[in-house]
Design a protein around this ligand. Structure first.
Ligand code: ASP
Length: 323
């Protein structure tokens, strides 16, 4: 009997952004992710689902969590995983991103996991290659697997996403994590608030279906989830906050500001964290509130699910073409 395919439930060749997905498709990816959590907690963490497949991690920007967890995800499913380091690649010799991807494409990878500092670059690349492309973060545009792992964390900790009040706080302007989360949370029926100084919010952000606050003490009232964002100085041209000290005073999350949220409110952060800038160090480690390490753990399961589902779709496509 043929192996079951997922393609009726997830009819996409690539994963470029949450904006392209329906609530049902998001729920489906979360269900598949859930099925990998126990495997990752066991002694034998290996499955053979991706045996014979090749995954290339192509990161044009720094990464710790995302690159490592995609590598682990591919290896736990038995794929051959290659990590391309841009520092030692021909990009440094002047080769364009498109030429680099065409070169890699000629080696028949099944999946390219791509991070790039420019919004839209990963989509452009996906139009030039034969395999599946996963966006591991493009500029300040989208970071879909981060939003999926955040959603899995919320769903497992709170039992649901629908109806929850989620405050996303800090440097929304430069954050692909915020953008992907806004799309996902709206699609899944949560209420989204943004809490940030006006300088760190995109213009007309209300159009995305969010409520805007400029004060943590009002923005966090009765919320279930507080997602903190790093000041993304690498994307800043000019000065956006007077000083990090003042920023922490007004927008850094500490237990005093969190006190207006629901008593068991969950604190999240995509990492890397800057302790004492956007989050108080003690609160970041307080496991009664902080889900930050859960997010890291569940990131591996989510990336396994994405690799699994997209390679399954490729397999179904080849089978259709051959029949
Ligand atoms: N790691 C996340 C990203 O790549 C968040 C951050 O860098 O602050 O967007």
């Amino acid at each position: 009997m043929d192996a079951p395919t997922y393609d009726n439930l997830f009819p996409h060749r690539h994963l470029l952004g949450i904006v392209d997905l329906s609530a049902v498709e998001i729920g489906f990816l979360l269900d598949v992710s859930d099925s990998y959590v126990d495997l990752n907690r066991g002694a034998d963490k290996k499955q053979t689902k991706l045996r014979g497949r090749t995954v290339i991690n192509l990161f044009f920007e720094n990464s710790t969590r995302t690159r490592t967890s995609f590598e682990l995800a591919g290896k736990r499913l038995s794929a051959d995983v290659i990590n391309m380091s841009i520092a030692t690649s021909s990009i440094k010799k002047g080769e364009t991103m498109v030429d680099t991807s065409m070169t890699l494409n000629a080696m028949h990878p099944d999946v390219l996991v791509v991070r790039h500092p420019d919004s839209g670059a990963v989509k452009l690349l996906s139009e030039k290659v034969n395999g599946a492309v996963i966006n591991a973060g493009d500029g300040s545009h989208e970071h879909p697997t981060q939003a999926l792992l955040d959603a899995l964390t919320v769903r497992r900790r709170c039992g649901r996403i629908q109806g929850l009040s989620v405050a996303i706080c800090g440097d929304v302007l430069h954050s692909r994590v915020a953008r992907s989360n806004i799309h996902l949370l709206n699609k899944m029926g949560a209420r989204v608030r943004l809490v940030a100084p006006p300088t760190l919010l995109p213009t007309n952000v209300e159009r995305l279906g969010v409520e805007v606050f400029h004060d943590m003490r009002t923005g966090l009232v009765d919320c279930d989830i507080v997602m903190m964002l790093r000041l993304q100085t690498e994307r800043m041209r000019g000065t956006f906050v007077p000083s990090t000290r003042e920023y922490f005073h007004f927008f850094g999350l500490d237990s005093e500001k969190l006190a207006v949220a629901k008593p068991n409110a969950l604190v999240m952060h995509p990492g890397p964290m800057n302790r004492g800038v956007e989050i108080d160090s003690v609160l970041a480690d307080d496991i009664t509130h902080s889900a930050i390490l859960d997010q890291v753990e569940l990131g591996v399961a989510v990336r396994m699910a994405c690799l699994d589902v997209l390679t399954d779709n490729l397999r179904a496509k080849v089978a259709n073409e051959e029949s």
